[in-house]
Design a binder for this molecule. Structure first.
Ligand code: DAT
Ligand code: MG
Length: 145
């Protein structure tokens, strides 16, 4: 079954939106298979956002994502990468539709509440960066899979 990496960023944690956001994915019928509240060390932030190194917003991005606790999660479901990107909304909350997470809770691209993997390849890479295999629930141990 397909998996993706989702992370509530420091702004979302600080604004106490963890429950609200988790609720959306649960109601949709996706399966949570790993989660932790954590602080991101700078070297992990740099690996996670490596594709953006050299861009004008890179330094701000790394300092923002390390500025406070994040809620890192792995979710599983059919077509979960594309589906959760849709539920998150466009990168810039100004372009994100109402009803999406970014569309509903954010106004600024630099504080857009949530990260989600954008492809199967990045999902695999990001899950491995943030979680050990033994921190994830195996499919055979899920009741409704
Ligand atoms: P996404 O998070 O939708 O995958 P991305 O990978 O292009 O978007 O960028 C990663 C993060 O970087 C994004 O969530 C917010 C920040 N960012 C992107 N473009 C930006 C910009 N033009 N100015 C400031 N921050 C930006
Ligand atoms: Mg991205």
């Amino acid at each position: 079954m397909e998996k993706t990496f989702l992370m509530i960023k420091p702004d979302g944690v600080q604004r106490q939106l963890i429950g609200e956001i988790v609720n959306r994915f649960e109601r949709k019928g996706l399966q949570l298979v790993g989660a932790k509240l954590m602080s991101i060390p700078t070297n992990l932030a740099e690996q996670h956002y490596g594709e953006h190194k050299g861009k004008p917003f890179y330094d701000e991005l790394v300092s923002f994502i390390t500025s406070g606790p994040v809620f890192a999660m792995v979710w599983q479901g059919e077509n979960v990468v594309e589906l959760t990107r849709k539920m998150m909304g466009k990168t810039n909350p100004k372009d994100a539709e109402p009803g999406t997470i970014r569309g509903d809770y954010s106004t600024q691209v630099s504080q857009n509440i949530i990260h989600g993997s954008d492809s199967l390849e990045s999902a695999e890479r990001e899950i491995a960066l943030f979680f050990n295999q033994n921190e994830l629930i195996k499919s055979e141990n899920l009741i409704n899979s």
